[in-house]
Design a protein around this ligand. Structure first.
Ligand code: AMP
Length: 215
């Protein structure tokens, strides 16, 4: 199944995409993760993207579209994939449709995880990610059992993302409202849009997603 996960920053897209990946064996493709890896490696693409990411702005459409085009050519996407954080503008959504149409493999469903705007800031400032295994936590809502130690792999580096600070978050949410929300309508017009309530426990939200998509 080819799925686009939509939702504001902090709505839980990444966490839920990983759960679907583990359960269904289809890859999660996160443009944010790919960009952070490029920045960490200091590649030319990473150098181009860094300033926009630090400011909470979108990286140029042609950069992320090129990245996705390349990633979708890998054999592991044959049985399906979950796009997490892409498309984030209608230009990206249209480009994605074109490349998937060419391959005869259109998107099956777009799923919007909706969380009230006023709750997103706390979800983002509290977010931590294990540097070793990628497991995500929230110090307010879903902390690890032992302070600073990953439940899954025992790693002791739980990282607070540089762009999860309040100033950048306000801009990221504004960018979402103005540039990414139209993508929700884009899939609505194609009759591919499903919505789930993103409030509640991780497993509860996951259950809603699998029920909605019939996974
Ligand atoms: P994320 O991890 O999805 O929250 O993405 C982190 C940052 O990477 C965003 O604030 C953007 O600067 C950049 N980014 C990720 N995905 C995209 C995309 N599809 N288009 C443009 N910029 C993106």
């Amino acid at each position: 199944m080819r799925i686009v996960l939509l939702g504001a920053p902090g709505s839980g897209k990444g966490t839920q995409a990983k759960k679907i990946m583990d359960a269904r064996g289809i890859p999660q493709i996160s443009t944010g993760d790919l960009l952070r890896a490029a920045v960490a490696e200091g590649t030319p693409l990473g150098q181009k993207a860094k300033a926009a990411m630090d400011a909470g702005e979108l990286v140029a459409d042609e950069v992320v579209i090129g990245m996705i085009r390349e990633r979708l050519q890998h054999a592991d996407t044959q049985a399906g994939f979950i796009l997490d954080g892409f498309p984030r503008s209608t230009v990206q959504a249209e480009a994605l449709d074109r490349m998937l149409d060419e391959a005869g493999q259109p998107i099956d469903a777009a799923l919007l995880i909706s969380v009230p705007f006023e709750n997103l800031v706390k979800r983002l400032t509290g977010r931590r990610t294990c540097a070793d295994c990628g497991q995500m936590y929230n110090v307010y809502f879903s902390p690890p059992a032992a302070d600073g130690v990953c439940d899954r792999c025992g790693g002791t580096e739980l990282v607070h993302r540089a762009d999860d600070n309040e100033e950048t978050i306000v801009n990221r949410l504004e960018v979402y409202r103005t540039q990414t929300e139209p993508v929700v309508d884009f899939y609505g017009q194609q009759d591919k849009l499903h919505r789930v309530d993103g409030e509640g426990g991780l497993d509860e939200v996951y259950q809603r997603i699998t029920d909605t998509l019939g996974l």
